[in-house]
Design a protein around this ligand. Sequence first.
Ligand SMILES: [Zn+2]
Length: 290
Amino acid sequence: MKLIKISATPLYWTATLQSRFQTHKKIPILLYHKITDVSEGIDAFWNVSPGLFSEQIEFLLENGFQVISLQSFYDTSQFKNNLPRSTVILTFDDGYANFYTNVYPVLCKYRLPATVFLTVQYTGTNSFYEWDRPLIAKKKEFEKEFRPLSWNQINEMKESGLITFGSHSMSHPHLGRLPDDKIVYELRESKRILEERLEQPILFFSYPGGSYAYGDVNKNTRRHLVECGYKLACTSRTGRNRISDDILSLKRIGISRHDDIPLFRAKLTGGCDWMGWAQFAFQKTFANVW
Ligand SMILES: [Zn+2]
C-alpha cells in the first residue's frame, strides 16, 4: 500500500499524459461499500471514513469533475450523446444504512446523484452480512453502522430524485456457482420486490462479488440478466469505461480507506487501471479462498 501511495503522483502524471493521446473518453464509475469510521473487520480495507469521503467529493467539485448518474451514462450509451470531459459516477454496493447517515447528507448538500445496489434479502431487516458477523459478535456497538438500509430510508432517498436504486441480488451469492434456476431467482425476484416496493422499474444490477476470476461475471449470468430485463450491470473489475463498452459488464474503481487525495486523483485519471489485470491474477490464484 505504501508503495502505491508513493507512486500516486507519477501514476497521475503518466495517466494524464496518456489521456492526451486517447481519442475515446473513459469514464470512472467509483465503487464504495461502507462509509464508516470503523477500521476493523475482514473487509475494513473498503471502509471509507465519512471525513475522507467528504474530502473526495470536495476534490471532485473543486477540480471541475461533473458527477453524473448511471442513468445519464446509460442514456448516453444508447443515444450516443456527448458527455462533459471530466465526468464521474458514484455507486455504493450492499445497501448499508451508513449510506443514509454518512453519504446522503453530503450528496444532498451538493445535489449530486448516486446509485445504491441493494441485496434484497437483507434490506429492511436487522440481519447482517456474513462477513460482518464475527466483528459484530465481538463489538455490539458496530451493529448500528453495519445494519442494512430500511425501506423508509430508501423511499425517502428515492423521493429526493438524487438516489437511484439497483439490484445486488437476493442473497449476495457468487452467481456463477449457482445452477441456472437459482441465478434466475436471484435476478428476477430481487427485481420484482424492488419494483413493488419502490414503484419504479429496476434496470440496473451489480454482480455480487463482481469478479471474472470467481465466475461472478460470465456469458451465462449476462444472458440471464438480459432475459430478466436488466439494462445495465456493474462488475468489480478495476478500470474506467468507454461509452461504447459492454453496458452489462461495466468496470468500476474500488475506493478504499487508503485513498487519500493523490491516490484518488490517480485512480480517477486512469493511473490505476492496470490494477484490473493484477486483481484478476490475484483472484485467479486465490479463487478457492473466498
Ligand atoms: Zn456486494
